[in-house]
Design a protein around this ligand. Structure first.
Ligand code: NAD
Length: 424
């Protein structure tokens, strides 16, 4: 559907008023992105560019889209996950901000790809992805359109892993900037954002008391550290599972118990894989779990739990016994509660990351887009890092917005740090 030049397929335009309130509320906590928007509005660095962005359609993403539009881009958004769309935000983006949106919460796989194809149909020169589904489509089913792409930005770890695999095989047809790998993104969004919002999603879905609860977190990467630290902060007994010895070694030194998933499964309680890997919780693990185990996922794709195996093990599935909770009654009589169909629990059962942390991720995202599209900026068809100046700028502005002042190197210190002369 199109309203003037704005195209859309959203759940209901009648939800727009509520969505607008959410977008403006989030904007209060996004001072760095707001500065980017204000400068973009004056300088129009993205003038005339068509940008298609496959992202979680949340209030924070809406503010990113506003900044890109202020910069002169013609922006289209489609969903990067079938369950993460905030339908009211999608409607408001169309109605109040004149931004094209193709996203409906709960869309099936066919609609999900129909929307991605709609984002490609408009002939974008720049893309943004959260999980690399749009870029993957441009390298498989829509190869003809890949030639128009100047650059793409990738928001999450799983997307960067997919893109590096494409680069290694020499398949990448345009440059990509790994926004996920910027310190201003990974150290804060993945850790504190995923940490808080995953706990939020589990609590909203189940109303579980975390104090005294057993929580098993699979993966002690940036996200895993965030989830486990936040769970412990609320009084849970946290166990970590890992496959990387260096990551695994950090967990006991941070005070967590570490064991295999086979052993952790017997502990039971709440299970949260956040690894970016497949079938981290398998059939044999679920067979060991005690009655009432809660299983959810905060990794990018819904493959971390072997859900097909859970289906096969179940003699009965009671859907939606509570919002975002399905009850699987196993052959052994025990019940497993699966949250949000195994999709990102923080976005499906809660609101995703708080705006304050997305402020840094999306300011970095917008500035990386500006950098990649600068006239004369010729990037190779590989995965690039975000330029250091962008990270420094975002970090300084964020500190300023928090009224935190830091010291400056003196001349003497600069010289000392740059020399090898002084020793014992
Ligand atoms: N929920 C969200 O909103 C959100 C936000 C950011 C990232 N993510 C996603 O979360 C996932 C993790 O991201 P990250 O930045 O923490 O990645 P990371 O690479 O820092 O950490 C992943 C960790 O998982 C471990 N791991 C891999 N396979 C494992 C297995 N079978 N068992 C136990 N541990 C295993 C790895 O060794 C690594 O330490 C990715 O899919 C990423 O896209 C989700």
């Amino acid at each position: 559907m199109a309203k003037s030049s704005v195209r859309y397929d959203v759940s209901s335009m009648s939800l727009a008023a509520g969505g607008k309130k959410r977008i403006l509320w989030a904007d209060n906590d996004m001072p760095v992105l707001r500065l980017v928007r204000e400068r973009f509005a004056k300088q129009k660095p993205l003038r005339g560019l068509k940008m298609s962005c496959c992202l979680h359609i949340t209030a924070e993403t809406a503010n990113l889209a506003r900044a890109l539009k202020a910069g002169g881009a013609k922006v289209l958004l489609c969903a990067s996950n079938p369950l993460s769309t905030q339908d009211d935000v999608a409607a408001s983006l169309v109605k109040d901000f004149g931004i094209s949106v193709y996203a409906r919460r709960g869309e099936d796989r066919k609609t999900f790809y129909k929307h991605i194809n709609a984002a490609i149909d408009v002939g974008p020169q720049v893309t943004m992805d959260d999980g690399a589904d749009l870029v993957h489509q441009l390298h498989t089913k829509r190869k003809a359109e890949a030639g128009n792409i100047i650059a793409s930005m990738e928001e999450t770890t799983t997307g960067v892993i997919r893109l590096r695999a494409m680069e290694a095989k020499g398949l990448l047809r345009f440059p990509v900037i790994a926004v996920n790998d910027a310190a201003t993104k990974q150290l804060f969004d993945n850790r504190y954002g995923t940490g808080q919002s995953t706990i939020d999603g589990i609590i909203r879905a189940t109303d579980v008391l975390l104090a005294g609860q057993q929580v098993v977190v699979a993966g002690y990467g940036w996200c895993g550290r965030g989830v486990s630290t936040r769970a412990r902060g609320m009084g849970a007994n946290v166990t970590i599972t890992e496959v990387d010895p260096l990551r695994a070694l950090q967990a006991p030194m941070d005070g967590f118990r570490v064991c295999t998933m086979a052993d952790a499964a017997r502990i039971s309680g709440v299970f949260v894989p956040v690894t970016g890997d497949k079938h981290v919780i398998r059939r044999e693990d679920m067979a060991r779990m005690k009655d009432g185990a809660v299983v959810c996922n905060s990794g990018h794709f819904d493959v971390e739990i072997d859900i097909p195996a859970l289906h096969r093990m179940a003699k009965k599935v009671n859907k939606d016994i509570r919002a975002n909770v399905d009850e699987y009654v196993l052959g052994n009589g025990r019940r497993i509660f699966l949250l949000a169909q195994g999709r990102l629990v923080n976005l499906a059962a809660a609101e995703g990351h708080p705006a304050s942390v997305m402020d840094m991720s999306f300011a970095t995202q917008a500035l990386a887009g500006e950098f990649a599209c600068k006239r004369g900026c010729k990037l190779d068809n590989v995965v690039h890092r975000v330029p250091e100046q962008i990270e420094q700028w975002v970090a300084r502005l964020k500190l300023r917005s928090m009224a935190v002042r830091i010291d400056k190197l003196t001349k003497e210190q600069q010289l000392y740090l740059a020399s090898s002369g002084e020793g014992t």
